[in-house]
Design a protein around this ligand. Structure first.
Ligand code: LUZ
Ligand code: MOS
Length: 742
């Protein structure tokens, strides 16, 4: 791979939106956001800002020629606030100037007056006030209420998980150029070029064919650019339309953190019932999703929480209810896992509590209740080619769960100042957009007369290696060297009506479309000359004989259906499985922890590019560990973001990550449901990180047996760990224990 993204990245040659050469006369934009979380706008006076040298225009809601609306699921999100504001940082005014510095300075001189109203930041309070985005949804199987009576053990409690910054290296940004005849071309750092095209057309009041969106690559996205790249791109297009000049808007880190949404915090109630043998009989969960001030993708995220309420386990009686609760925080949005991690954290909390109540290791209960072939999920789908037990048993065979647990117990018996903890985390994640209609992709393949190949698809490269996979798929299909194949930018005039590159399905769907297009060309070439072995000669001769060397193809994931009235169907093409074993060491006095090792077996299918998949597993794991133990997002009671700069927010780095990360891929893992037998990889491994929470809490419990397992709150930062220990921890006790170990 001589010309791939990794090579360009390490040489610093990769071009991002901010690196594109500025068109002649290009302007720079800065956005003024609301300083308060909720209120009525009483005055917006832009004259002082306009008076700045270099300021060309200042845009408000009144400058929007079309609809002031960019909400995709619900129409509840104006591009620029009009009348009222609903979160701190909500865009109100866009300043266009000769430089970003001038635009940022001038925005401070906009006179923006707002009458503050009370803000709601807590999802339970929002639900109590009836501020749901949509009616609550419930997924159910069996009869939960009858099952409790048959349970030998019932545990009940609460679990809370926090928000998470996407912290993509490249912040949100776009560049829009006015073109002839009313057209606009938008370069956007988006996972969803078609969404940018659609919302730009909506806000400008023009047809979609006047809007071209082009995406070379993203410097990371993680879901943060599935829906929330759109406003900045639309603002640029609006500016270009208004001034006739190109407009670039790149959020600085502070604005990005302040104005954009994060992973949804959840507050949840749970209840788990088991029989005397430790079999799960009944499970009930209620999720209060903190959705923020506009729907964004929240209802879809909530739906995925419901799909993943039972994690990797078979539970015959389930009732899971979810609510998207409107609050006065920036709209929370897609983030790798998309509601799945939040739901799995709740269930693992319940399992951990049950294990403590029954005085057995949690991993015994986990293993006993894993999904099996033909297990039915609460949403009616059966587990096909279920690999939950295979991954677990393979991890156990390779890494020895019992032996490691014994080592941890021995350490804890011999040590007072440090305690070790172990947890096992099985993952099962459904692959496909839960919204069935989104499971479609297109590709356009050109073979040029010199035999080189250009491929366009709907997939967006964001560092996940989708272009490398598509290259391989096309090269293998056509039978040419990898170097003959180039993946072009993602562009709405070449491949139209695309779904976002999301739901881990970018390579699955766009790769399949690229394969179909390549096959069409190959069939034409073979029909023309079945015997010619030399690719270059074959192509040149076929062109001379007027054979079409281009093909478009379309792929729609087969066999998907879902009935939202019954909440039953077959929403996923397949599931990805895996099991991780996580060990940590806690410094009991300081509350700090080291993650010692993560060892895992992952079901990668028949991998198209093992290096790419390994990178995805390791990166997702790091993000999951960070979410659980390190990354603390916080707001004050007035809805002001407290972690509003890079310096106030910890992201996982090499020092935080374990020295030992053993990733093995399941052997013989063909997958007939995806291209070339592969499996999607982007999101599932994030959820291995959940095990770190329980490994650490187990370590804390080894220091203090009084820690309440019925309440779980993530992230388990050193501060929170010390709070947990404070209940039963006394310095005196440690000194005593030193002389008199018990
Ligand atoms: N985005 C989306 C997603 O729109 N629908 C999904 O089901 C999904 N799943 C995971 C990540 N992004
Ligand atoms: Mo999504 S969380 O943009 O796959």
């Amino acid at each position: 791979m001589k010309h791939g993204d990794p090579q360009l990245h390490v040489r610093g040659e990769s071009v991002f939106v901010d690196d594109l050469p500025a068109p002649h006369g290009a302007l720079h934009a800065a956005v003024l956001g609301s300083p308060v979380a909720h209120g009525k706008i009483t005055r917006v006076d832009v004259n002082a800002a306009l008076a700045h040298d270099g300021v060309v225009a200042v845009l408000t809601a009144r400058d929007i020629p079309g609809e002031n609306q960019i909400g995709a699921i619900l129409p509840d999100e104006p591009l620029l606030a009009d009348g009222d504001v609903h979160h701190v940082g909500q865009p109100v005014v866009v300043v266009l100037a000769s430089s970003a510095a001038v635009a940022r300075r001038a925005r401070l001189d906009v006179a923006l007056e707002i009458d503050s109203l009370p803000a709601v930041t807590d999802p339970r309070e929002s639900a109590a006030k009836g501020q749901l985005m949509l009616p609550a949804r419930t997924f159910a199987i069996g009869v939960v209420d009858d099952a409790w009576g048959r349970c030998a053990h019932i545990v009940e409690g609460r679990a809370d998980s926090g928000a998470q910054e996407h912290f993509y290296l490249e912040t949100q940004g776009a560049l829009a150029e006015p073109m002839e005849d009313g057209r606009v071309r938008v370069h956007s750092s988006t996972q969803a070029p078609t969404a940018v095209q659609r919302q730009t057309a909506r806000v400008l009041g023009i047809p979609m064919h006047l809007v071209e969106v082009d995406v070379r690559r993203l410097g990371g996205a993680f879901g943060g650019k599935e829906d929330q790249a759109t406003p900045w791109a639309v603002m640029c297009a609006l500016g270009a339309r208004t001034t006739g000049r190109a407009v670039r808007l790149i959020l600085d880190r502070h604005d990005d953190m302040l104005m954009t949404g994060k992973r949804h915090p959840y507050s949840s109630d749970w209840k788990l019932g088991l029989d005397a043998d430790g079999k799960f009989l009944a499970y009930e969960a209620t999720y209060y999703q903190n959705a923020g001030s506009a729907a964004d993708l929240s209802p879809a995220v909530l739906e995925r929480s419901l799909f993943h309420s039972t994690g990797s386990y078979h539970i015959p009686n389930v009732r899971a209810t979810g609510m998207s609760c409107r609050t006065n925080l920036a709209p929370f949005t897609a983030f790798r896992g998309f509601g799945g991690p939040q739901a799995m954290f709740v269930l693992e909390t319940a399992i951990d509590a049950a294990a403590r109540a029954m005085n057995v290791p949690a991993f015994e209960l986990q293993r006993r209740n894993l999904l099996r072939e033909e297990s039915v999920f609460p949403y009616g789908m059966r587990a096909e080619r279920c690999r939950a037990e295979r991954c677990w048993d393979e991890a156990d065979r390779a890494y020895g769960i019992e032996a490691r647990a014994a080592g941890v117990a021995q350490h804890n018996a011999e040590n007072v100042a440090t305690k070790k903890g172990l947890a096992v985390m099985p993952v099962c994640f459904g692959i496909s957009f839960t919204n069935t209609s989104m499971n479609q992709a297109g590709a356009l393949v050109h073979v040029y007369t010199d035999g080189s190949v250009g491929v366009s698809t709907g997939a967006v490269e964001m560092g996940q290696g989708v272009n490398q996979k598509i290259r391989r798929i096309v090269a293998v299909t056509l039978g040419v060297d990898l170097d003959r194949v180039r993946v072009e930018t993602t562009n709405t005039t070449r491949v139209a009506n695309t779904s976002p590159t999301a739901a881990s399905s970018g390579a699955d769907m766009n790769g399949a479309a690229a394969q179909l297009a390549s096959q069409q060309i190959l069939e034409r070439l073979r029909a023309f000359d079945a015997d010619e072995k030399d690719w270059d000669k074959l192509v040149a001769a076929a062109h001379f004989a007027r054979v079409d060397l281009s093909a478009h193809a379309f792929y729609a994931t087969p066999r998907l259906h879902f009935d939202k009235t019954a909440e039953k169907g077959r929403p996923f093409a397949y599931h990805v499985y895996g099991t991780a074993i996580i060990e940590v060491t806690l410094d009991v006095l300081r509350g700090t922890a080291e993650i010692d090792a993560v060892r895992l077996v992952h079901d990668g299918g028949k991998m198209i590019d093992e290096a790419v998949d390994r990178g995805q597993v390791e990166g997702a794991l790091a993000q999951g560990l960070g979410w659980m133990l390190l990354e603390e997002a916080s707001w004050d009671a007035e809805g002001r973001l407290l972690h509003d700069t890079a310096g106030k927010y910890k992201v996982p780095d090499l020092g935080f990550l374990p020295d030992t990360v053993d990733v093995s891929f399941l052997a013989d893992a063909d997958n007939p449901e995806a291209v070339l037998g592969s499996k999607a990889v982007g999101e599932p491994p994030l959820m291995y990180g959940i095990g770190a929470y329980f490994a650490l809490r187990n370590a804390a419990a080894a220091a203090d047996a009084t820690i309440d397992p019925l309440q779980a709150e993530a992230p388990l930062t050193p501060e929170r760990t010390l709070e947990l220990l404070a209940g039963g921890f006394r310095v005196v006790a440690v000194e005593d224990a030193g002389q008199n170990p018990d």
